[in-house]
Design a protein around this ligand. Structure first.
Ligand code: MOS
Length: 730
């Protein structure tokens, strides 16, 4: 089914089940420990345990590997190294690729610290770990490049972020009445999901089944099949429950590939989890950025020159951190220059993490807007309102936004937060030993839509089953998809069973880039639309006038029970939603506004967030409970990125030094005060039949800048080198 702009009547518009605040339907299974995560599946056969040994150098090659002692250790079944790893596909890049081959132990070359150099399988986890410690590895170290700042001159224009230049930026910037030219830096960051990367692999003849922790089932299925040189049809992937992904589980790593290879060799299931200290350097992270933002405006604040340059680095073949992205779309201005330069670094692979791009790009753009407002003597809310634009500023009015309520979000937030009561100058307000400051930033996140499919089955008895590969990474997919199906078929939520995360089901958008709820529910919508057609026909009614309500299908005063139409066999429909070129015609993004109040300790420089409000305009909010949770999580991450999160690079050895949750700081409850979220009414006719948009990552995109701006308003110190730790304030 191709989505054509909202063809009425749209059954979703009843909002009888969708938009209602249901708590998550799988919640009881989770809190009672009955929802099995990847490592927890119980197999009929006793599993064996894999343990990954990571390289002790960042760049060079293995010159000697001695596994004799490990192989003789108690319980050891297999030791894999590059010398005995079965044949795999080759890859041109050391960076794991979505949906592509991602070989492990493929040679003696070491491309990054903690790259797998050996894999031990034993009867117990402890035996595997003990044996791994007996492996002797010698290396030849070659010099690597581990410092982004030293590489900016060698950066190249990346394929995934080409220059975007409109008008004559240099002249407009030089001629601007008021301008800012500011450089921001953001550190490497780790996705650090609570559930580690983990896999159980088992073979039945040529058939491989993997339980693994991943965000997009058909991507890992394809990637594993390509890596192992086997047909995709021979691979089944199950990821029914996923304990957070944050982007790193868009990729698959050593646990999946090595468990699968070893299980085939041993003829027994192998289960492997990456131990926490390995995850930080063995898997992916968000690359550090250096960003220069230049803005030039009239004295009234109207922008004419908008410039954003980002420098970032990665291993060859890796993506860039798209930190410039929002600057293309957020504000007007006829002269624009957006450029990214990417250099080669020998740190672990950089990849998607929690709102790739905007999460760190907004720290720079929205910090620069705050400094520009100060120079202009303008309210920072007013500066943003004056530069609001209803079309893609690069393409002009021929490419309007599908919906854009930035101005309403700023105005609503300012009122609700009490923005008028803000301190007008730094150190103006004190509460005991704390300087108090307010900060604001816009929220922006591109709305991505992805094709997604589902099967829906009306069961004998009249209940409904939904099956799709869609994952629930803690976001509420089970609940939202159940709501959409219930709405479409005129059932109550408890009459719908939702089954997710299995490659035997129709391929889905999966979870990523905030496209999950909107795209996967559009797939369920398509399947339900098909099923409604079949059921109306079975009942002898016209499809256009059939109404599904109360477990019956109605035509006028006539009705037929769904259970009767289901018969003994049930009725099933499968469909997939696609979008054609709709996202080309319309620029699509979710918008909002973040307001933050902080206290900065006058003696120690400690920053405490005192309260925060995010106003969110993200199309129809399918479930205000799960959507609010997503926003609260995003705000928490945004506060973390502003104040805490940083991987610390050892610039000599080429590794991230802090590699556990004790030393990689993320906010805890005591760091986060009461947060508030307001949803604005919005229906987006161009985004999907749900009229929803992405919401998850909007919460993180901008809030960190609001924190930084509030820190300045409190203390008078501008910190452009994130995170804002107290040493930078004093
Ligand atoms: Mo998101 S970083 O695309 O999981």
């Amino acid at each position: 089914m191709k989505f054509e702009q909202a063809s009425p009547p749209n059954p979703i518009d009843q909002e009888r089940v969708v938009t209602r605040p249901f708590t998550r339907i799988e919640g009881p299974l989770k809190v009672s420990g009955q929802a099995p995560y990847a490592y927890e599946y119980q197999l009929p056969e006793a599993p064996t345990y894999g343990f990954v040994l990571g390289a002790g150098i960042a760049h060079g090659r293995v010159t000697r590997l001695d596994t004799t002692q490990a192989e003789a250790a108690p319980g050891v079944l297999l030791v894999l190294t590059h010398e005995n790893m079965p044949a795999q596909a080759r890859s041109d890049t050391p960076v794991p690729q979505q949906r592509e081959a991602s070989p492990q132990l493929s040679g003696p070359e070491i491309r990054h610290y903690h790259q797998a150099v050996a894999f031990v399988v034993a009867e117990t986890f402890e035996q595997a770990r003990a044996a791994a410690n007996l492996i002797e590895v010698e290396y030849e170290v070659t010099p690597g490049q581990f410092t982004l700042a030293d590489t900016v001159d060698s950066g190249k224009e990346p394929k995934d972020a080409v220059d975007s230049v409109v008008g004559d930026f240099d002249s407009a910037f030089a001629d601007a009445a008021v301008s800012v030219d500011l450089t921001f830096t953001t550190p490497d960051q780790s996705q650090a999901p609570m559930e580690p990367h983990a896999t159980i692999a088992q073979w039945d003849g040529d058939q491989l089944t993997v339980h693994t922790s991943h965000q997009v089932v058909h991507w890992v299925r394809r990637g594993l099949a390509l890596t192992l040189n086997i047909p995709q049809k021979d691979v089944r992937v199950v990821a029914a429950y996923v304990g957070g992904g944050f982007g790193t589980k868009l990729l698959f790593f050593s646990d999946a590939v090595l468990s699968a290879a070893a299980a085939r060799m041993l003829g027994r299931p192998v289960k492997t989890t990456l131990q926490r200290p390995l995850i930080f350097n063995n898997t992916s992270h968000r690359s550090a950025t250096i960003q220069r933002v230049r803005l030039g405006a009239d004295p009234d604040g109207t922008l004419h020159a908008v410039g954003h340059d980002t420098w970032t680095g990665n291993l060859p073949g890796g993506d860039s951190e798209p930190a410039c992205e929002q600057t293309k779309y957020l504000y007007g201005g006829e002269h624009r220059q957006i450029r990214t330069r990417q250099s080669e670094l020998d740190l672990p692979p950089g990849a998607s993490m929690r709102a790739p791009g905007e999460a760190v790009g907004m720290l720079a753009l929205e910090g620069a807007m705050d400094e520009l407002a100060e120079k202009l003597g303008l309210d920072p809310v007013e500066l943003r309102l004056r530069n609001d634009v209803q079309f893609d500023p690069e393409k002009g009015p021929k490419r309007p936004f599908s919906s854009r309520r930035l101005a309403a979000a700023l105005r609503t937030g300012a009122k609700a937060f009490g923005w008028d009561d803000r301190p007008r100058a730094p150190r103006e307000r004190q509460d005991g030993e704390w300087y108090v400051g307010y900060g604001v930033a816009s929220a922006f996140r591109t709305n991505l839509v992805m094709p997604s499919g589902a099967t829906v089955r009306l069961n004998p008895g009249g209940t409904l089953t939904v099956e799709t590969q869609m994952t629930d990474i803690g976001t509420g997919s089970y609940t939202v998809l159940g709501q959409v199906a219930a709405e479409m078929l005129g059932l109550d939520l408890h009459q719908v069973e939702v089954k997710l995360g299995d490659s035997d089901f129709p391929a889905s958008s999966g979870s990523g880039g905030s496209w999950g709820a909107n795209s996967s529910s559009a797939g369920v919508y398509a399947a339900c639309d098909e099923l409604r057609r079949d059921l109306a026909q079975k009942a002898g009614y016209q499809n256009a006038s059939a109404v599904f309500r109360g477990g019956k299908v109605w035509q006028g005063a006539e009705c037929t029970e769904l259970s009767e139409l289901a018969g003994k066999e049930g009725v099933e429909a499968t469909a997939r939603m696609t979008y054609g070129d709709l996202t080309e015609q319309f620029m699509q993004a979710s918008f909002g506004a973040h307001f933050v109040e902080v206290g900065v300790n006058a003696h120690t420089g400690e920053v405490r967030v005192r309260r925060a409000l995010s106003v969110v305009a993200a199309g129809r909010i399918l479930n205000p409970v799960t959507a609010r949770s997503q926003c609260l999580g995003g705000m928490t991450m945004g506060i973390g990125s502003a104040l805490m999160e940083a991987l610390h690079v050892d610039h000599d050895l080429g590794l991230f030094v802090n590699h556990d949750l004790g030393e990689y700081h993320v906010p805890v409850h005591a760091d986060i005060p009461d947060l508030d979220v307001l949803f604005l009414d919005e229906l987006d006719d161009q985004s999907s039949p749900l009229r929803a948009k992405g919401v998850g990552e909007l919460g993180i995109s901008g809030v960190g800048a609001a924190v930084a701006n509030a820190v300045y308003n409190a203390s008078g110190v501008r910190v452009r080198d994130f995170p804002i730790t107290l040493d930078k304030i004093l």
